[in-house]
Design a protein around this ligand. Structure first.
Ligand code: SF4
Length: 424
């Protein structure tokens, strides 16, 4: 066999499968094809694609990306929303993905095709075989039903995936599986905030993009997950006489019961204290969200509002609403270079609530500009998750590895980047 097209669903399923395939067909050229319009939401799709690119880069296999025609996929599965996994919806889903893969295989002059879906322990091999043979046949392509799960394959796949620190998805991919498998927790995969909030898919994409780039530049890299207590504002605000006042919410503020009506009580520096439910309002000039430097056990509901509202807030009854969630979640930290480097540059992977932060392009250009110093062991780059929440990623790294060298944090101040020394 000279050319085999491999439909790829995700990096964890692909890495061991591709290695085995190469061993079994040493004379064949392998071509990866990422065609998965079932994946929802788009951020999840992008995460799986970036990680698949990294898997293929590590194995030296070219990868092509198919169309993300989610709407067509959704129309084809209408009426099958409630089907269980391995049911009729999955058959349709396999047919869509493998039919397009067969077309691509034909276009590229491949004699055979297969899919990394065969590696997933939750999928039916029989269902995949039927779908693969049915869709490949009209194009004169042979479908290879390879069972690499047996002989401890699944275990090896998990080990390899861990070694490469690939993103581990926790649902099959489509919006229906998301709700079936994660129940009410699914909503957190669909909530969208401005910027890249700590623990979000957007934050993870930022880390993965830099991880991929570092590997493309052949730099030493490792990525570690850490758990943290995430804080998410759901909704809230401040009103005076029915008029909303612009505000941000200080992280780790607790919820307010119902709609609070409170009066000004006292002031310390720029913080106003009110007479109910520990409400505090910080006056800010210029008005901007601020990162939380230290996590404190105090959790008064605290808003930041522009200083120009000071008198209005003191002289009138203030109305406040706030609903937040505290959730144990995970983020990760990426280290490009050596932990023994003389100097570290730390880039926050998340952004503030107002969306301010380092852009993907800026971070990539910092990485490219630092390549020589990284290779010489002079510098290392840290891409730290959950930085705006008490520098959680950097703290976890310091705690585990010490890091005695100096750390320069690169932060974003509205319109420009500035550096700040970080001491243990
Ligand atoms: S559960 Fe998985 S295989 Fe089944 S339809 Fe959804 S994405 Fe496709």
């Amino acid at each position: 066999m000279k050319k085999i097209l491999v439909h790829i669903c995700c990096a964890p399923d692909a890495v061991y499968f591709l290695k085995k395939l190469r061993e079994d067909f040493p004379e064949a050229d392998l071509i990866g094809f990422f065609y998965d319009p079932n994946i929802h939401p788009y951020e999840e799709y992008r995460l799986r694609l970036i990680e698949t690119k990294r898997a293929c880069k590590e194995l030296g296999i070219p990868l092509l990306e198919g169309e993300y025609n989610l709407e067509d996929w959704l129309s084809s599965t209408v009426g099958l929303e409630k089907e269980p996994e391995r049911g009729e919806r999955c058959s349709v889903c396999f047919d869509i993905r493998l039919e397009r893969s067969a077309q691509k295989a034909k276009e590229l002059g491949c004699e055979a095709m297969t899919t990394t879906l065969l590696m997933s322990p939750k999928k039916s091999l029989k269902q995949l075989k039927e779908s693969g043979e049915k869709t490949a046949k009209p194009y004169g392509i042979k479908f290879l039903t390879l069972d690499y799960r047996k002989g401890g394959g699944v275990q090896k796949m998990f080990e390899l995936s861990k070694e490469f620190a690939f993103y581990q998805q926790d649902y099959c991919g489509c919006v229906h599986a998301l709700f079936n498998q994660k129940q009410e927790e699914a909503v957190w995969d669909l909530v969208c905030y401005k910027g890249r909030r700590p623990g979000s898919k957007e934050e993870r994409i930022f880390i993965k993009v830099l991880h991929l780039k570092a590997r493309e530049l052949n730099l030493p890299v490792f990525e570690e997950e850490f758990p943290f207590l995430n804080w998410k504002p759901l909704w809230g605000g401040i009103w005076v006489e029915g008029e909303a006042i612009p505000s941000y919410i200080v992280p780790y503020s607790q919820s307010i019961r119902g709609r609070l009506r409170a009066d000004f009580q006292s002031q310390h520096k720029d913080t106003l204290y009110f007479n109910k439910q520990f409400l505090r309002i910080k006056l800010s000039d210029p008005f901007k969200d601020e990162p939380l430097e230290e996590i404190s056990p105090l959790s008064s509901p605290t808003f930041i509002v522009p200083k120009e509202y000071e008198n209005l807030l003191k002289e009138n009854r203030v109305e406040a609403k706030l609903q937040v969630e505290f959730r144990p979640e995970k983020s990760s930290t990426l280290i490009v270079g050596s932990l023994k480097a003389k100097e570290f540059i730390c880039l926050p992977a998340d952004t503030l609530q107002d969306g301010r932060g380092i852009s993907e392009e800026e971070a990539l250009s910092i990485l490219e500009d630092t390549v020589e110093d990284i290779l010489r062991g002079k510098k290392a780059l840290i891409v730290a998750g959950a930085h705006s929440l008490g520098k959680a990623g950097l703290r976890s790294l310091r705690e585990k590895y010490g890091l005695s060298s100096g750390i320069l944090e690169l932060l974003y101040d509205g319109s420009h980047l500035f550096a700040q020394e970080n001491s243990p």
